[in-house]
Design a protein around this ligand. Structure first.
Ligand code: SAH
Length: 341
């Protein structure tokens, strides 16, 4: 069976040709898929025999909204979707002035093991298909009735641990016959997988790359993020500089402020030093509560921000959204069907 929503436009055209149908059918099918039809029979401008052939040859992914929570504080919506194999993933819609932003997951669970993050508790179960990443945008928009204008790949999972699927997702979501969401409206966040940053740099897409830095020194970063043992900070910063040279795009560095761990003045100074020659932007995140983690939020966020700013590095503090429904950074987690927390 072919996972029809994961196909590229070229692959879909090849499938249509193989079924002995004229070329324009591919565009019709593509458009239906992006609208979130739940069966091939909903594709009403196709002949019945063609719908039948598609149903015999292809699977159509339709995630089920297992749970929907709406924040009383700010209207943030969190969905728990059940996938065809029973696994569950979370997706968040954030309501900003500049438009509705959807935060999508790229994997069921996460392999990366960051000390402060709930998404990694229980490890990685499996990577998502392009269709399963795309469905989060399509069905969140369909269910909520909110038009989505921006996407952040900042949900559960490490996008660069599933980069082929993520790149296909980007191609599909960008397509003018589909959701038509431009690269400049998309952010991809990575914990710092250097070969992934290199590959993305070579592709020179116009999306925003976010790097979860969280510490500018190996000793602290090793402690917080096991990925740093594979790609230490020198290599990470070098990859970021190369990325900027290749794309001309400013990188955004995420930095969750942790009490007494990564909030010292010398660490701010070390960030400044490493960003020399590159217009970086540091996004400070007040640490969100994660049950399994003993780490505490820093009380030095404003001072740290000032110290960066004074030395010419722009730094903002990320606004917390969806705190009452555990939808904030690092709080998304793998859930099982009986919804045990
Ligand atoms: N795996 C990717 C995508 C996740 S994006 C990455 O690591 O970048 C989610 C962001 O929230 C990351 O920057 C992550 O480091 C951050 N985060 C994780 N746990 C957090 C917590 N408890 N408080 C604040 N930010 C957290």
């Amino acid at each position: 069976m072919t996972d029809v929503k994961s196909l590229s436009r070229a692959e879909l055209s090849a499938l249509v040709a193989e079924l002995g149908e004229p070329g324009f059918r591919a565009k019709q099918i593509f458009t239906w898929l992006q609208k979130g039809v739940e069966s091939f029979d909903e594709m009403t401008n196709l002949s019945k025999p063609l719908r039948q052939k598609l149903a015999e040859r292809c699977t159509l992914t339709v995630p089920a909204a297992e749970r929907k929570q709406v924040s009383r504080l700010d209207g943030t919506i969190k969905y728990l979707w059940r996938l065809a194999d029973g696994n569950c993933i979370e997706t968040v819609i954030m309501r900003y002035q500049h438009g509705n932003t959807v935060c999508v997951s790229s994997e069921v669970g996460c392999l990366m093991g960051c000390a402060f993050c709930a998404s990694t508790v229980g490890g990685l179960v499996r990577r998502l298909t392009p269709a399963e990443i795309l469905d989060q945008v399509i069905f969140s928009q369909k269910d909520s009735g909110l038009p989505i204008s921006n996407i952040v790949l900042m949900g559960i999972g490490e996008p660069m641990d599933n980069l082929d699927a993520v790149l296909r997702f980007l191609e599909l979501v960008n397509d003018p016959d589909g959701l038509n969401i431009g690269m400049r409206h998309i952010s991809l966040s990575t914990c710092g997988i250097v070969p992934g940053i290199q590959r993305l740099g070579e592709l020179d897409l116009q999306l925003t790359l976010s790097v979860s830095l969280h510490a500018p020194d190996n000793e602290t970063r090793n402690r917080l993020m096991p990925v740093n043992r594979a790609y230490p900070v020198e290599e990470l910063f070098a990859a970021c500089h190369r990325y900027f040279q290749e794309t001309g795009r400013r990188i955004s560095f995420e930095y969750a402020m942790i009490d007494g761990v990564n909030d010292h003045d010398w660490q701010a100074d070390l960030i400044v030093k490493n960003l020399k020659g590159m217009p970086g932007h540091v996004n400070l995140i007040p640490l969100n509560d994660v049950r399994e983690s003993p780490l505490k939020p820093s009380r030095r966020v404003a001072a740290f921000q000032k110290r960066l700013e004074r030395q010419g590095v722009t730094a903002t503090v990320r606004r917390k959204l969806g705190g009452d429904i555990d939808a904030s950074c690092g709080q998304l987690r793998r859930k099982t069907l009986n919804l045990e927390e």
